[in-house]
Write a protein that binds this ligand. Sequence first.
Ligand code: NAD
Ligand code: UPG
Length: 454
Amino acid sequence: MRMTVIGTGYVGTVHAACMADIGHQVLGIDIDAERIASLSAGRAPIHEDGLDELLARTVASGRLRFSTSLAEGAAFAGTHFMCVGTPQRPDSKAADLRYVDSVVDGLAPHLRPGTLIVGKSTVPVGTAARLAERLADMTPGTEVAWNPEFLREGSAVEDTMRPERLVVGVTSQHAEAVLRAIYAPMIAAGVPFFCTDPATAELVKVAANSFLATKISFINAMAEVCDAAGADASVLARAIGADSRIGPRFLAPGLGFGGSCFPKDIRAFAARAEEIGAGEAVAFLHEVDRINTRQRQRTVERARRLLGGSFTGRRIAVLGAAFKPGSDDVRDSPALVVAAALHQQGAEVRVHDPEAVDNARAVHPELTYALDVDKACEDADLVLHLTDWPEYQDIDPAALATLVRSPVLLDARNRLDPRSWAAAGWAVHAPGRPRLSPPVPSQAKVAALAGGAS
Ligand SMILES: NC(=O)c1ccc[n+]([C@@H]2O[C@H](COP(=O)([O-])OP(=O)(O)OC[C@H]3O[C@@H](n4cnc5c(N)ncnc54)[C@H](O)[C@@H]3O)[C@@H](O)[C@H]2O)c1
Ligand SMILES: O=c1ccn([C@@H]2O[C@H](COP(=O)(O)OP(=O)(O)O[C@H]3O[C@H](CO)[C@@H](O)[C@H](O)[C@H]3O)[C@@H](O)[C@H]2O)c(=O)[nH]1
């Protein structure tokens, strides 16, 4: 089938390439001419596992092309996926819908009757209906459906090719048939296909993100209680997660969530619920947000305490800048927020990240960036683990201990093995975990050593 994918960011690039890979003819459209030139040459604008190969393959096959022209898009296909950004508004917590509106206004003069616009962006409930009304005046016979996207950065290609479910909100059997045909290979492979109205589809997306964000803030709230009680939140998380009704995923006590989705989506959902008279029902999301923000502040404060109350003249190695491992995205990255706060409060901060340094430098040029972990940690008074890249689990703590000024680790993501770090001489701190110190030799061993015995 022929389709356009409008907005070639994280979602649009991956959606366009995956749709082309399953056999569709796809035209990717963006207002960013540089991005379109790079995509046309088969180069992905973002770091995503498998995306470079997929783009190269689908562009070479001729099934995927790119353009900056909505008019060309309207002439090319009768189905248009809309994947533009819906960031938080600068003046409130609501979603900024200017990009969505501008796509619809830009397409409208060129549309032919019977066109289907399919929103993939995350939007406030009621957006599809509002856009349909707007289009009805300009181009009668155009339908607006919603097909929210659930991919995760870092596994975006895999999530698109093998989603856990597909959700479409439509107002006609025609739209359902078109979307079933587009996703036929996934449906044939057994992926559940939920077909509903647009409002429900829009809400499924923000409800899913709110649930996941709540789960993360819940365990971080428990970690705060564990810190106060001297209990172990990691054991608590594993023990409650063993209950199949709760489940172990998204239950890691740590630095909390960031990125371009959870923070702005829960705020926009709360703002929209307020507008439609259901604000009380989701008032808990404000608390979820507050708990999450507090983890960043708590990490800065804990670092300050570990350094004796002041950052002045102290060197801190920061491991991680991306908002999560597997991605080069630093939008609302907890790691970068903490690193910038430490720098701003007087620490000398050196940041390492396997993929996100260029993006981090563009936002925080004032920070120092290191190309490898050893360089970041040289002469450090404190090592802060802020993004749980798998490669950080391969660090040899004994070797690293010889580089730092003081072997103190604050594992804000609770992912490094505390015992092996402590055994290598590190004082290990983590949210919701009793402190682990380097092993102290037993009295017998001390006496034996003092007596010169081996
Ligand atoms: N990033 C994710 O992991 C993810 C996952 C699921 C859903 N979402 C949602 O999907 C939407 C897109 O997110 P993203 O992260 O891909 O955004 P993004 O900022 O990476 O990409 C948006 C793209 O849209 C382009 N654009 C803006 N206005 C345009 C216009 N008028 N015409 C054509 N192109 C235009 C921009 O130039 C940009 O390339 C958001 O609503 C987001 O909440 C994101
Ligand atoms: O136990 C956990 C799990 C995750 N996180 C953090 O939560 C954030 C989001 O992680 P993740 O959900 O893996 O990444 P995203 O790419 O933001 O994906 C979320 O947001 C997307 C955009 O809406 C949705 O499509 C996805 O389904 C949803 O998982 C990151 O900062 C993670 O570090 C935690 O703090 N603790």
